[in-house]
Design a protein around this ligand. Structure first.
Ligand code: F6P
Length: 552
């Protein structure tokens, strides 16, 4: 493995790495006591404090230069103007157009995209009005109360993340549900919780070919029939969002109820499109527009800010510093806000499906590390679970701590404790508690030397663990939109530096193909499993068939 492609700034960075590799962060703070203020920047309602990183101002300059060596500027322009930067699929990547409030002249294959986007938003608005006014009724004349999203991956994760975060903005009288997995439990639990007469199912599938979604949609359609829904009333209970309109109509969704999606919107970026319909249905179109406005503010920051003061660029190059120089394998995202509990899952798809790549966008094997494992969960819960490994484990895991100054609900005392702990973790990770300090404390407490020698190394916390503090005044539609867009752009910048295509996902296809063929073997009633099955499969297929009393 090499560190990175042979960018001109690479040798200088390697030298800086060797100089900084072992220096404690406390030294950096000693030399620059005002570091916290100097290494902070603001954009779109978010403040990023990146002072607790193993960098100096000059290393940061070199890292920013790296992004310029990788031609970030022209690549960003190509992204925003709709060039087919997803080259393997010959597609533009235009989730940013979906949240643009103006009328930029963005064209894909000679076709302006903004009129179609506006048209779709207006259809969404009409649909929301009809539901909210009670004008849209089910087959027995009752208004819709249950809104059920059927979709998986990008047709689910972003929607749930946003709706959980915006719980205080939810309209009364409506309940959101999700049917996601092929595991029948998902379907059964949701069907047990809804009233079919008052239910609207939103089938979200860009391809309308995803197994889980197709199976769940078919099961729901059958269930609704069993519950007494007349065929002619299907229009009142099913809508779909798909770029495969024909398939949605063939499934049985009324043509007027199929909202469009375009091939230039990637699944993991699709919450900004009609795929996100459940968001305005549950909160209102005004809230959805505020979410989009926050994302647009971050897009504008990303487009216009100098690289050295550009939040997505800074976060991206810091990630590369640890992945490619320090050898970090994962990145933790720890929101200190329960409403963001699903955000790490959304980021897992966003980041790992985008940058989990092993070839360059010209088809050569990469010789450097690419996307890290993304994981995380809410604080303070994690402090009583996996933070032990963050503080004292053998691996270096950079951490993003996301916090709000004000929490939307609950007693002020809890809010104060929550923020105190977010800061405490940032400090503990960065500075730890040196063995010398532990020894001195134990000696003062009268411990014998033998005990001190044994325990002090175990109690010491090395620190020097990199932390970004990402803080917003309040979690609101705008700041949430900005937060999601920030990570989208971070992922993009890293993909540019790693020279990979962040917008395809061929890696998920093999499992789907194998799943289809294994399903045939598991369920085939006529032919016993073939003897020439790939190694490892026969015993399980035989056991499964025997268990279900199918011939073996
Ligand atoms: O299998 C991966 C994936 O294609 C994701 O990229 C996508 O978000 C998800 O499946 C769902 O796809 P669809 O919206 O086409 O059902």
């Amino acid at each position: 493995m090499t560190t990175l492609p042979p960018y001109p700034s690479l040798p200088g960075l390697q030298q800086s790495f060797r100089a900084l590799e072992h220096s404690p962060m406390s030294d950096l703070f000693e030399k620059e006591p005002d570091r916290c203020r100097q290494m902070s920047l603001q954009a779109a309602g978010l403040t990023l404090d990146y002072s607790r990183h193993r960098i100096t101002a000059s290393v940061l300059e070199q890292l920013v230069q790296l992004s310029e060596d990788a031609h970030l500027g022209p690549c960003r322009q190509a992204l925003l103007q709709g060039d087919p930067i997803n080259q393997s699929e010959d597609r533009a990547v235009l989730h940013t157009a979906l949240r643009h409030p103006g009328d930029p002249d963005i064209q894909v294959a000679g076709q302006a995209v903004m009129p179609a986007i506006r048209q779709c938003l207006s259809t969404m608005e009409k649909l929301c009005d009809q539901i909210h006014s009670g004008q849209w009724v089910g087959w027995t004349g009752k208004p819709i109360k249950h809104l059920i999203n059927i979709g998986i991956g990008g047709s689910f994760l972003g929607i749930r993340t946003v709706l959980e975060a915006l719980a205080p903005w939810q309209r009364p009288g409506l309940q959101a549900h999700y049917i996601v997995n092929v595991d029948p439990t998902d379907l059964a639990n949701t069907l047990a919780a809804i009233d079919p007469e008052c239910s609207l199912f939103i089938i979200c599938s860009k391809s309308f070919a995803t197994l889980e979604t197709r199976l769940n949609a078919e099961a729901v359609r059958d269930w609704m029939r069993q519950q007494g829904m007349p065929e002619e009333a299907r229009k009142r209970h099913f809508v779909a969002i798909s770029s495969n309109r024909e398939q949605a109509v063939r499934f049985g969704v009324d043509a007027d109820n199929v909202l469009p999606l375009w091939d230039w919107v990637g699944g993991r970026y699709s919450l900004w499109s009609a795929i996100g319909l459940l968001i305005p249905l549950m909160t209102g179109m005004d809230v959805f527009r505020r979410l989009q406005a926050g994302a647009f503010a971050m897009d504008e920051h990303f487009r216009t800010a100098e690289p050295a003061a550009n939040m997505p660029v800074i976060m991206a190059v810091l990630g590369i510093w640890y992945s490619n120089f320090f050898g970090a394998q994962s990145q933790a995202v720890l929101p200190y806000a329960s409403q963001l509990s699903s955000f790490p899952s959304h980021l897992q798809q966003l980041d790992m499906e985008s940058n989990g790549k092993r070839t360059t966008n010209t088809g050569h094997a990469v010789e450097w590390e690419t996307g890290p494992v993304i994981w995380g969960g809410v604080g303070t819960n994690g402090q009583h679970a996996y933070h032990q490994l963050l503080h004292q484990g053998t691996r270096l895991i950079p951490v993003d701590i996301i916090a709000t100054l004000d929490n939307t609900s609950g007693p002020g005392l809890h809010r104060d404790w929550l923020f105190a702990h977010a800061l405490a973790q940032a400090q503990a990770l960065a500075f730890g508690c040196p063995e010398s300090e532990v020894r001195a404390r134990m000696a003062a407490q009268g411990y014998e030397q033998g005990v001190i020698d044994c325990l002090a190394p175990q109690k010491a916390i090395p620190g020097n663990r990199p932390v970004s503090l990402l803080v917003m005044d309040k979690l609101e539609p705008e700041t949430l939109g900005a937060l999601i867009a920030l990570y989208e752009h971070k992922v993009f910048v890293q993909g540019v530096i790693w020279q990979i295509n962040s917008f395809d996902q061929f890696g998920v296809e093999l499992g789907k193909v194998l799943g289809d063929s294994i399903f045939e073997h598991l369920t085939g009633t006529q032919t016993p499993p073939e003897p020439d099955l790939p190694p490892g499969l026969s015993p399980w297929i035989e056991r499964y068939r025997a268990f279900h009393k199918r011939c073996v």
